[in-house]
Design a protein around this ligand. Structure first.
Ligand code: FES
Length: 178
C-alpha cells in the first residue's frame, strides 16, 4: 500500500532519506489537536571535551530542564559519524526516534519529534538547524531551541557519553520551562 506523499515546504516532492522514512500525511496531521506551548528560555551553550578520537560531545543543555536517566544504549562507534553525518536511533524506547548528529562543534543528539505537532525534524548541518517540514518550524542544532515557525519549546537533548570509543545514550534532558 502506498504511504502518504511527503513534500518539502515549497511543495516539491521530498527527496531526502529522512523524509522518505517519515512521510507526512498532511490530512491526518491536520486532525491533531494543537498542543499547549510552554515558552522556552534561551539556553547557554556548553561543551564537554572527550579526549578519545578528538570528538566532542556537545552538552548544550547544562542549565536546562529535568534530566531523566535510562539504561544505557550503545548507539554507534564514535568514528562512524563523519562531519555532517546524522544517524537515526530510538531511545529510550522504540516509540521515540532520536537523531545523533556530528556538527562542526562536535556530536549532539536530540529527540526527533517536533514540539509543535510531532512531525520528524530533519537536520541541515550546513545551516545549523533541525527543520520541520510540516509548518516550516526550525530548531537550533547547537542547543535544540526553536528558531522559526510555530514551535515554542525546544527539542529534548539526548545525553550521550563516550565509552571505549562508543557513543552511548544515557538519558533525556528536557528543555527549560519558560
Ligand atoms: S509539526 Fe508543526 S512545525 Fe513541526
Amino acid at each position: 500500500m502506498k504511504g502518504p506523499e511527503s513534500k518539502n515546504p515549497d511543495g516539491r516532492p521530498s527527496t531526502s532519506a529522512w523524509q522518505r522514512q517519515f512521510p507526512i500525511d498532511t490530512a491526518e496531521e491536520a486532525k491533531q489537536t494543537r498542543r499547549q506551548f510552554v515558552a522556552g528560555a534561551a539556553v547557554a551553550g556548553g561543551a564537554m571535551a572527550c579526549g578519545q578520537l578528538g570528538l566532542q560531545l556537545v552538552a548544550p543543555a547544562a542549565t536546562a530542564g529535568q534530566l531523566t536517566e535510562y539504561g544505557p544504549l550503545d548507539v554507534a562507534a564514535a568514528d562512524d559519524l563523519g562531519p555532517g553525518d546524522a544517524l537515526l536511533f530510538h531511545f529510550p524506547d522504540e516509540h521515540t526516534p532520536c537523531l545523533l548528529i556530528r556538527t562542526a562543534e562536535g556530536i549532539v543528539a536530540y529527540t526527533q519529534k517536533c514540539t509543535h505537532l510531532a512531525c520528524p525534524v530533519v537536520p541541515d548541518v550546513e545551516k545549523g538547524t533541525l527543520n520541520c517540514p510540516c509548518h516550516k518550524g526550525a530548531f537550533s542544532l547547537s542547543d535544540g531551541m526553536p528558531l522559526a515557525g510555530p514551535p515554542r519549546t525546544g527539542l529534548s537533548e539526548v545525553v550521550m557519553e563516550q565509552r571505549n570509543g562508543r557513543l552511548v545514550a544515557t538519558g533525556i534532558r528536557t528543555p527549560p520551562a519558560g
